[in-house]
Design a protein around this ligand. Structure first.
Ligand code: AP5
Length: 216
């Protein structure tokens, strides 16, 4: 099964992608994670991307096409994937379509997570992750069970993303509505789009996604 998770920043794409990885044995391909890894490694592409990301802007389509193309090439034949945070423009969607067609693969579903703007801002500005294993948390919605200690690895060091502040988030939302939201019609016209209420709690969102995956 090959999926796209589509939705504004903070909609829960990463959260649900991690669950789908575990429940369906899929590989999560997150362009945001790839770009942050490149920035942390100090590569030229990563450092250029970081400036754009911190301002809430998109990284150029050519950079994304190359990143995604490389990762799709590394998948074993038949290994299913979840695209998280990509495509974000019609040009990226066209490029992904072409890459998949060339590999004899197809997209099965595009799941849209719908969430109101004010909740998105609250989610993103409260988000943090374990610096050791990357497990995600939230100041209000998902605190570690033992305060200050990661539930998964026991790590005590946590970090926040440099673009998870209110100003950058408002810019990211504007970019989403202008450049990414048109993809909803793009995939609706191809009969691939299923919309899910991303305002519900995480378990309910996961259940709604499972239902959408069963629809023929
Ligand atoms: P990226 O890393 O993709 O970030 P994003 O799309 O802005 O999405 P987020 O990771 O912020 O949110 P999410 O939907 O994954 O939510 P999460 O599950 O974490 O991109 C960052 C930047 O990189 C972009 O701005 C751009 O510059 C660049 N970039 C990346 N891809 C690109 C591309 N293809 N083209 C061009 N540029 C690109 O959830 C958020 C929080 O809410 C968490 O704390 C979570 O615990 C909590 N939460 C989740 N679900 C629920 C729920 N149901 N109830 C309560 N809390 C919840």
């Amino acid at each position: 099964m090959n999926l796209i998770l589509l939705g504004p920043p903070g909609a829960g794409k990463g959260t649900q992608a991690q669950r789908l990885e575990e429940s369906h044995g899929l590989v999560q391909l997150s362009t945001g994670d790839m770009l942050r890894a490149a920035a942390a490694a100090g590569t030229a592409v990563g450092l250029r991307a970081k400036a754009l990301m911190d301002a809430g802007n998109l990284v150029p389509d050519e950079v994304i096409a190359e990143l995604i193309g490389d990762r799709l090439d590394q998948l074993d034949a038949g290994q299913g994937f979840i695209l998280d945070g990509v495509p974000r423009t019609t040009a990226q969607a066209d490029a992904i379509d072409a890459m998949l067609a060339q590999k004899g693969r197809r997209l099965d579903r595009v799941i849209e997570l719908k969430v109101d703007d004010e909740l998105l801002v609250e989610r993103v500005t409260g988000r943090f992750t374990c610096a050791n294993c990357g497990q995600g948390y939230h100041d209000k919605f998902k605190r570690p069970k033992d305060e200050g200690k990661c539930d998964v690895c026991g790590g005590t060091d946590f970090k926040r993303r440099s673009d998870d502040n209110e100003d950058a988030m408002r810019a990211r939302l504007q970019v989403y509505y202008k450049q990414t939201a048109p993809l909803l019609d793009y995939y609706r016209a191809r009969g691939k789009l299923h919309s899910v209420d991303g305002m519900a709690d995480m378990e309910d969102v996961a259940r709604e996604i499972e239902t959408a995956l069963k629809v023929a």
